[in-house]
Structure formats: C-alpha cells, structure tokens
Design a protein around this ligand. Structure first.
Ligand code: PLP
Length: 451
C-alpha cells in the first residue's frame, strides 16, 4: 500500500519507529491511525468505527470517552500539575491512592510504591527484593523464577522475567538471575489423559525441583500472572495456584502476582488473586488502574518487606531508586476517579455478567474444525486456531490463521489482537449486552470470511 508523503500514514512511516512492530512490514502497510474514541468504539481518520475488542492494550476499562477522568485530570493540572515523591516530598493524590489500594487489595498488602509503567514496576520489584534480601542478611537469595509465556514487561529486568522468545531475540536476554518454568496450559501442554489436577501436581513438582536444584537459599521470588494475558490468555488449571503457593511457602520464596492485565475486574473479581485464591507478598498493578488515560503502575506489598527495606535504608543507605514522574499527581488523581467510577457503577459485577456472555458466545465456535481451543474467564478470552484439530497443529507459517481472522475482524469493524495461533479478546469493562452481541456477530462474520 502506498501512502502520500504528507498524509498521516506517510509521515508516520517517515518519522516514527513503533514499539513491538516489524519496521519493514510497517513501512509496507502503514499504521491504522485512530483519531478519536467514544465508549467502546474508536474511529479512524476516515470516520470508520471499530469496537475496541482489546480495550487498547488490555487496559481502557471505562472506554474512550469518560468525562469524569478528563475533569479529574484538569482539576489536578490546575491545582498542582507536578510534584515528585523523592526525598520525603509528598502530594495528596498519591497519598490518597496508596491508602485506597491498601484498603481494596487482598489482606496482607500494606504498602505502595508507584512507577509509570508495568515494566518499570517489575524492574522495581526485582530491585526491591534484592535490596530487601541484602538488608536482612540474605545476599545470596536473588534469583527469580518466572514462567514460559509469562509477560512481565520489556525493560532489561522485566524483559528477562518475560518468558516469550520474541521479546528476547536480538536483545541478549534473559539475564542470568531468572529461571523459567513451564506454562500452565493444560490443553497444549498436558500429557495424553492427564487431568488438570495431575498436570498441576506435575508443574508444582517441576517448580520445586528447580528451587531445589538452584538451592532454596538462592531463590528469592516466583513471579506469575494469575491468568496469563499477553502470552495468549491462559487460565490456570484446577489446583495450580494452591500447589505452587505451597511450594513457594515451603522454601521461603516470595510470591509476586503480576495483575497488570488481570487487576480491577478483568476476571470478574476486583483482583484475580481473589478469583484464584492467591495470597501474594507483592501485587503489581497498572493499565486499568487509570483506564490508561494516564501512565501509572503500583506495587502493593507486605509490611514484612517494607520493614526490611526501611531498616536497610538506615544500615545500607537510602533506598536509592525512583522515577521523576512516578506517582505523578495527575495520574494518581485520575486513578482515584477511575476506581471510584468502577465501584459506583458496579463494573466488576458487570464485567462478570458480560464475561459470561462473551465466554458462552465464543464457545459456540468450539466445534469448528479450525478452532483448537476457546479459553478465558470474565472479560478476557482467546480463540486458538489449528490447521489439524486432532493433532492440535498450528498454522503455517505460524500465526497465519489468527492473523487472517484478526484482519477480517478489522474489516468488519472489530479490533482484536492476534498472539501466536490465537486471537485475543479483552473489551472495555463498560461494554453493554447489545455491544457484546455486536462484537460476537462481527467475530462470527470474520470467521466466515476466513474459513
Ligand atoms: N506485566 C503484565 C502482566 C503485562 O501484561 C504488561 C504489559 O502488557 C506489563 C507487565 C508491562 O507493562 P508496560 O507495558 O506498562 O510496561
């Protein structure tokens, strides 16, 4: 496709390098330039409307036109547009949001530290855990165990935790402080006839074997998304979280729940830790915390870790870590308003109800000869395609079918995200029943065009 040099597409190709984009392929096709948004829809430059079936990047809980978030940002900008939190400086929205997060998150999480993005948050978790273990006299306890297909970000530390080869290739990652264990994907990874419980036993045993092989005195933390998001929407099998938590507790390994996608209603509960009965030592939040109207992430963690770091600051020296715009007052003010709206409008219960329609609607395609698996819970789902259903064999070249379905969905006014052999769904929490039916209809039409 050729674009005029002075069109938005032409200027984009000329001046921008996009994140997570094949630059040469992008030069050939150009961008889909989105001009504005309204509710669950976005509109391109030519006025074509799309249902944003991915809520941007799994993140725009309140849709694309919530006036109260705009007003909250404006109010804060007028009052105090910026103040940092370094060296004991404070500002009201960050204090109020920290208090709110401690109150609303699961029991045992007592302190909050802010960053700008999920990647920064997970990098910060690594440094906090290292600092903590140094402070309490365990300098050897530094390794992190993460999972294949887990996504924890893209910076050097968080990118090392990420278990996706596509994010490592060409970057000399992962660094050596990380070990990856199996992804808990029963449909794809279980042995023939293996039950979910038996599969979970096997993965818990694998985790324990890795901890023992490394030496429990060297393993600091296990990090995982309660439900895998960007690795292709993978629900944990029955018993998985109970069993891996037992292993971690046995070896004094911290549990870090990365709810950057899962948090704030996505799985039909406020936090996926409630959905799957997880008691983390550290909880990582971002994306829906502001509906992504502002960049913000939060690390909510136990008093035990806080006390160690606080004591360490006296003995080792100041906790010398932070970002200029971390806990930005405009971002934290928007987060407070966003969370107030989610609660006032009962959007978590709404997400659970709309999720039941989404999951049932997608499962109507389960018998299709090219659908291998339909999976997900709440308002997050994936449909994985196969070339050969019995052999669970994906397409050639890899991802061909998912990309074709996502392209057909886009032609039908629905934006989805192809990941590997799957297309993913993660609509805004505010989606109505009528809009959900429209989304499902458009997806069915896209399937009809491809197969
Ligand atoms: N953790 C999870 C679970 C994510 O899904 C993401 C982003 O998709 C991140 C961390 C990184 O967040 P960010 O893109 O804001 O750096």
């Amino acid at each position: 496709m050729t674009h005029l040099p002075n069109s938005l597409q032409g200027r984009d190709i000329r001046f921008l390098m996009h994140p997570v984009t094949n630059a040469r392929a992008h030069e050939r096709t150009g961008p889909l330039v989105i001009a504005r948004g309204e509710g669950v829809r976005v509109f391109d430059e030519d006025g074509n409307a799309y249902i944003e079936g991915m809520a941007g990047l799994w993140s725009v809980a309140l849709g694309f036109s919530e006036p109260r978030l705009v007003e909250a940002a404006t109010r804060q900008m007028e009052r105090l547009p910026y103040m940092h939190l370094f060296s004991s400086r404070g500002q009201e929205p960050s204090i109020a949001l920290a208090e709110k997060l401690v109150q609303m998150t699961p029991e045992g999480l007592d302190r909050v530290h802010f960053t700008n993005s999920g990647s920064e948050a997970n990098d910060t978790v690594i440094k906090m855990v290292w600092f903590w273990n140094n402070a309490i006299g365990r300098p050897e306890k530094k390794k992190f165990i993460a999972r294949l297909k887990g996504y924890h970000g893209i910076t050097i530390g968080s990118g090392s935790l990420t278990g996706l080869p596509g994010n490592h290739k060409g970057f000399d990652l992962p660094l050596d402080f990380v070990r990856h264990v199996s992804t808990p994907h029963h449909w794809r990874e279980a042995h023939e006839g293996e039950s979910e419980e038996a599969f979970s036993d096997r993965l818990a045993a694998e985790l324990e074997a890795v901890i023992l092989a490394e030496g429990p005195g060297t393993v600091a933390a296990f990090i995982a998304e309660p439900l895998v998001g960007a690795g292709g929407v993978i629900e944990p099998p029955a018993g998985y979280w109970r069993k891996v938590q037992e292993v971690c507790r046995r070896h004094d390994v911290l549990i870090v729940a990365d709810e950057v996608i899962n948090g704030f209603g996505r799985t039909g509960r406020m936090f996926a830790c409630e959905t799957y009965d997880i008691a983390p030592d550290i909880l990582v939040l971002s994306k829906q915390i502001t509906s992504s109207y502002q960049p913000l992430a939060a690390i909510v963690f136990s008093d035990r870790i806080y006390q160690g770091i606080a004591d360490g600051s006296e003995r080792l020296g100041t906790f010398g870590h932070g970002f200029t715009t971390a806990g930005h007052p405009v971002a934290t003010a928007v987060a407070l308003e966003n969370l107030a709206i989610i609660e006032e409008r009962g959007l978590v219960e709404h997400a659970a109800a709309m999720g039941r329609i989404l999951q049932a609607g997608l499962r109507r395609h389960a018998d299709h000869p090219h659908v291998g698996e339909v999976r997900g819970t709440g308002l997050i789902a994936a449909v994985e395609f196969v070339e050969d259903k019995a052999a669970k064999q994906g397409s050639t070249p890899p991802g061909r079918l998912a990309q074709a379905v996502a392209a057909a969905a886009q032609r039908n006014g629905l934006l989805l995200r192809p990941i590997g052999e799957a297309v993913c769904f993660c609509p805004p929490l505010i989606i109505t029943e009528a809009e959900m039916e429209e989304l499902l209809e458009r997806f069915a039409r896209a399937m009809g065009e491809v197969f």
